[in-house]
Ligand binder design. Structure first.
Ligand code: KMH
Ligand code: ZN
Length: 276
């Protein structure tokens, strides 16, 4: 499974001119990535000034547009930007995405703090189950996996019954993007859980190769990676998906078709009927 995270909330358009920030740019980027092997899109949106927003109307329009023009699993970020308040982050679920992120604890995020209080995490998990939205548990540190065990023990399985985690590695303040950290994280996963992994910045390639070797799935995209190689800015999201798909094929683990991914994750099909 390849997830593309095309935009994120922490990069300014001025610093990465090909970052998709309008709805049209996001849809075009998502379509291009779907064509070359992505099956899930992890979505952050921007306002008219390209600043991160959690505006519910825009989120609804985004979900509808992506569903209309792709078969991708539409996963909205409930992480938002480091400055977003909890109430706005919970409201994201009212846009009725297929899936949403659920970060399993607080982590230092460069000079900022990405705050995820226990009660807030429980509320996200509970509301997602109520709304039949599949969570992706975001793991920035090993302690987040201990929190995930606690969550599942105390509050039961997520909607769909399957547990899927995304290891977000190499954030300054979180676990490093190393083989050793990935191996430790995989050993702590709940029984039967699947995982994807992404390494931010220069940890992108080591984490991708380690995840492929360890039986994991991949997340790539300009949310996490803005440099393709030393001194070479990323051209666009499709370039990152193409590299991931190529390495996955070399590892003899080719990109999974989107219908298989929907089945694996237990996604409720909300796609509109399309004229054939
Ligand atoms: N922007 C980060 C602070 C998520 O999408 O759930 C949080 C983040 C995680 O990107
Ligand atoms: Zn995100």
């Amino acid at each position: 499974m390849i997830t593309v995270a095309p935009t994120g909330a922490e990069t300014a358009k001025a610093d990465a001119p090909t970052l998709p920030v309008t709805l049209d740019e996001l849809v075009r980027a998502s379509r291009a990535c779907a064509e070359i092997g992505a099956s899930v899109v992890h979505v952050h949106i921007r306002d008219d000034d390209a600043r991160p927003t959690l505006d519910l109307g825009r989120l609804r329009d985004t979900v509808a547009a992506l569903r209309e023009s792709t078969d991708l699993v539409v996963q909205l970020s409930t992480g938002g930007a480091v400055t977003d308040p909890e109430a706005d982050r919970l409201r994201v679920l009212d846009a009725q995405p297929d899936a949403a992120s659920c970060t399993m604890g607080t982590v230092n995020f460069g000079a900022d703090v990405f705050l995820n209080r226990w009660e807030f995490v429980v509320e996200l998990h509970r509301r997602m189950r109520e709304r039949e939205i599949v969570p992706e548990y975001e793991i920035f540190d090993l302690g987040h996996l201990a929190a995930l065990h606690r969550l599942l023990d105390k509050h039961g399985p997520p909607y769909g019954g399957h547990v899927h985690c995304d290891l977000v590695m190499g954030v300054p303040g979180g676990m490093p993007g190393t083989v050793q950290a990935l191996t430790a994280a995989v050993q702590m996963l709940p029984a039967g859980a699947t995982f994807s992994a992404t390494g931010v910045g220069r940890t992108t390639l080591p984490v991708m190769l380690a995840s492929l070797s360890a039986g994991g799935h991949l997340r790539v995209g300009m949310e996490d990676t803005l440099t393709y190689g030393p001194g070479e800015p990323v051209r666009d999201n499709a370039q990152l998906v193409a590299r991931a798909a190529g390495l996955a094929r070399i590892a003899q683990r080719p990109p999974a078709p989107v219908e298989d991914v929907r089945g694996l994750l237990g996604i409720r099909d909300r796609r509109p009927a399309r004229a054939t």
